[in-house]
Design a protein. Structure first.
Lengths: 159, 75
């Protein structure tokens, strides 16, 4: 399933490691198939991929667990994100890719799950074990950071 | 809805995740507030870009057949 690989690839940022995460996630899915409680099976698989990827990141790269992620708003995260749609439209795809890769794992995952994979807030909340309100506020911060980063790259490129 | 609230709620609005009442409140705020409207336009532009296929990684053929590698792993 391309979606599983796509999510894993964005989360661990390496082709080979992403393949390992997907294999491991499929094995977990087979083991826990009895725990599937209905709903969209794609979202269920992606939740397993997401959790497998975070376990992998913690074990191999020492990333903080999502539970330790600082959820509070910080000044500057959203304020002044007055963000220039034109810069986003004109940005080179590589700029956007680099900007996304530079986000923290917790910010990158919500953007990939929502904007690239199209999961609902509820599906993201289930996958990441977060309240739905936190999904929205985390998306807000993640998108603000991404937009500012893209804008910065476009500005640097044009000077 | 004030601007502080709107900066979060814009996302629910963009994603179609707000209830009808909240959604209308945000829409009304966007009509009245050029700053939030500009931010919303940016968010929508970013969403459009991110949905492009160019940001999807295609799985290498080997991982399309995951079961083939299961034989050596204890489940």
């Amino acid at each position: 399933m391309d979606a599983a690989y796509n999510l894993a690839r964005w989360l661990v940022r390496d082709d080979h490691d992403a393949q390992d995460v997907v294999q491991d996630a499929y094995l977990r899915a087979l083991r826990f198939a009895g725990g599937f409680r209905g709903g969209d099976p794609r979202a269920w698989i992606l939740a397993i991929v997401r959790n497998t990827a975070f376990t992998w990141l913690k074990r191999n790269r020492g990333s903080n667990s999502p539970a330790e992620f600082d959820e509070s708003m910080h000044h500057g995260d959203i304020v002044d994100a007055g963000l220039e749609a034109d810069a986003v439209r004109s940005a080179d795809a590589n700029m956007i890719r680099d900007a996304l890769n530079e986000l923290s794992d917790e910010f990158r995952e919500v953007i990939v799950m929502r904007d690239i994979e199209g999961l609902s807030y509820k599906e993201i909340a289930n996958a990441a074990d977060l309240p739905i309100g936190t999904v929205m506020s985390r998306l807000a911060r993640a998108r603000a950071k991404l937009a500012l980063s893209i804008k910065g790259r476009v500005t640097r490129e044009s000077t | 809805v004030n601007c502080d609230d709107a900066r979060i709620l814009l996302h629910g609005h963009l994603d179609g995740e707000l209830d009808v009442v909240r959604d209308l409140e945000v829409e009304r705020h966007l009509e009245e507030c050029p700053n939030c409207a500009r931010e919303f336009a940016t968010l929508r532009a970013m969403r459009t870009r991110l949905r492009d296929e160019t940001f999807r990684f295609e799985a290498p053929s080997a991982s399309r057949i995951p079961i083939s590698r299961c034989r050596c792993v204890t489940v």
